[in-house]
Design a binder for this molecule. Structure first.
Ligand code: FEO
Length: 172
């Protein structure tokens, strides 16, 4: 079953959203570097790579369905933040928005009776539950830490241990 024009447009739009997420998290990584929190910077850099992987997963899916990938412009991400906590709060808000977009995309696939896209998107729906949970946990930890520098450095060390994503993997 070939992709309908409606689904193809919606998937292309979401490929762009995931690239946008990747760029935002890279900007957050740069901010953490600038305030000397290398563990947080590393964690955000890995997060950026994950988002790139999500884009590429949909890129491959559109091609596998004999559709046409049409890349769109990526806008400048937020550059400055007020605190380590504000970054994670923005990240959590962003993930919640992405979840909504994926749910809407799924609804389009249902309306179009496109079953392969519905099945494919189920992975993304589950992934969003995990992404929101992880971001929310870090937000709560940062709130508990408050202005305690030693606790912040411990969390920085913990986040710095996150495994990197293999380059350009096809499977997620
Ligand atoms: Fe690809 Fe964090 O959503």
């Amino acid at each position: 079953m070939a992709l309908s024009g409606t689904i193809q447009d919606a998937l292309n739009e979401h490929i762009n959203q995931e690239f946008q997420s990747s760029y935002l998290y890279l900007s957050m990584s740069a901010y953490y570097e600038s305030i000397n929190l290398p563990g947080f910077a590393h964690w955000m850099r890995v997060q950026s790579q994950e988002e790139y992987g999500h884009s590429m997963n949909l890129f491959d899916f559109v091609n596998d369905r004999q559709g046409r990938v049409m890349l769109q412009p990526i806008s400048q991400p937020t550059l400055e933040f007020q605190s380590p906590l504000e970054v994670m709060q923005q990240s959590l808000g962003h993930e919640r928005q992405i979840s909504q977009l994926i749910h809407r995309l799924y609804e389009v696939a249902v309306q179009e009776e496109d079953y392969p896209t519905q099945v494919h998107l189920q992975w993304f729906i589950t992934e969003q539950v995990e992404e929101e949970k992880v971001a929310s946990n870090i937000v709560e930890q940062l709130k508990m830490i408050g202005s305690k520098g030693d606790a912040l450095l411990l969390l920085d060390r913990e986040l710095g241990a996150r495994s990197a994503v293999p380059a350009d993997r096809r499977a997620l």
